[in-house]
Design a protein around this ligand. Structure first.
Ligand code: NAD
Length: 367
């Protein structure tokens, strides 16, 4: 279930300040702790979907709705949401056919100018935090070392695999809870970041091509030699860990497999694995989206849509990302955004325009 919402009372006020009229579907914010009255107090009209959609030139959403459910919106309306075009190319095609302009926020380019519009960062940061809390909740021991009159409780050993936005926050959170934290990534640039957060980097040193950094700071697929060396190093390390949190993604591909069933079998029963990449195919063998599976006495946690598990904060940040995007292109005279075709941000996020699919990601479905 999606608990997040795409506007907050704060962004409603700001859009109204730019000259927009804002309408919110009744109940849209409830699961994020925002009452209809809060939106109304911010100046929004609150009503049933059909009435708030009527004539809308911009529709804000979290997961993109089916275009058929947008009947009544203005012709050519802009739909700003997470469209997941790789997983739903036919839906993007349907957006083109319906004449809407689909703007996919998760494709925001990783450039300085777009940092405040970057929904993947704002949401991954919360996922990294929540992954550690989920691990702590499933683990039947304590995280910090405790020296008590009855004896000493040893600190949990936490290993973070994939040190992007989510992984960095997971390291920081596990450290705050008093765990002994280590981390690894294919991008060697993360070593410094791991050290600066007080955690131990676990890196393959002796293999060529370990830089692992492709365009936009994202990871690239690694050589077979590197993968074998990494698997060996990680195997020895995993056997000593209590908690493993995996966050590794490669854009446009299935998530890399980082932990095998044989490696899980070496962990102490009662250990916990959290697979944040489970919806992209999974980093952990045996992880199932939406389930907690027990294998060899180890819990493999595959929660779906982790940011939605912190809906109130996730919504506030997501809503700000959307406002920052639209307001950056706001035209005072027409009181609407103007999105130039040649702008890097617009080229990154625009999927459809004037009845056509315009993003290179959609080329395979254009026929
Ligand atoms: P991501 O979600 O795409 O992947 C998570 C991490 O998994 C990455 O660090 C990646 O290197 C790692 N990974 C991939 N394959 C792996 C493997 N086989 N083993 C171990 N780790 C593996 O990453 P992200 O959080 O979106 O961040 C990607 C990069 O983009 C980072 O360098 C981040 O700092 C950068 N970034 C830049 C901006 C900006 O400039 N606007 C905004 C956000 C993030």
């Amino acid at each position: 279930m999606e608990r997040r919402v795409a506007a907050s009372p704060e962004t409603v006020k700001k859009f109204i300040g730019l000259g927009a009229a804002v309408a919110v579907e009744a109940g849209a914010g409830l699961a994020s702790g925002i009452a209809d009255a809060d939106y109304a107090a911010a100046g929004a009209e609150v009503g049933a979907r059909a009435s708030v959609l009527s004539g809308a030139g911009i529709v804000l959403g979290v997961q993109a709705p089916e275009p058929a459910s947008l009947a009544g919106a203005a012709p050519g309306a802009r739909v700003v949401a997470m469209h997941a075009p790789a997983a739903n190319p036919d839906r993007a095609k349907a957006y083109a056919a319906a004449g809407y302009e689909a703007l996919a926020m998760e494709l925001m380019p990783r450039i300085t100018r777009a940092q405040s519009m970057d929904v993947l960062s704002s949401q991954s940061n919360l996922s990294g935090y929540k992954a550690v809390l989920d691990a702590a909740a499933e683990y039947n021991r304590a995280f910090p070392m405790m020296m008590t009159a009855a004896g000493t409780v040893s600190a949990a050993k936490v290993f973070i695999m994939g040190v992007g936005v989510a992984g960095l926050q997971a390291i920081a959170t596990a450290r705050r809870l008093g765990a002994q934290v280590s981390a690894t990534d294919v991008r060697s640039a993360t070593k410094e970041q791991i050290l600066s957060l007080g955690a131990k980097p676990i890196f393959v040193e002796a293999v060529k091509g370990i830089e692992g950094e492709g365009s936009g700071g994202y990871a690239t697929e690694m050589s077979d030699e590197y993968k074998a060396a990494q698997a060996q190093l990680v195997s020895a390390h995993i056997a000593k860990q209590d908690i493993v949190i995996t966050t590794a993604l490669i854009p446009g591909r299935a998530a890399p497999r980082l932990v095998s069933d044989a490696q899980i079998a070496t962990m102490r029963p009662g250990s916990v694995l959290i697979d944040l990449a489970v919806e992209a195919g999974g980093n952990v063998e045996g992880a199932v989206a939406g389930e907690i599976v027990v294998k060899h006495g180890v819990k493999i946690v595959g929660h779906r849509n982790v940011p939605s598990r912190l809906a109130a904060d996730a919504s506030l940040l997501y809503a700000r990302n959307l406002f920052n995007f639209l307001s950056a292109f706001w035209d005072k005279d027409t009181q609407a955004p103007v999105l130039p075709d040649d702008d890097e941000i617009v080229k990154g996020v625009r999927l459809t325009l004037d009845g056509k699919a315009v993003h290179p990601m959609l080329e395979p479905v254009l026929g």
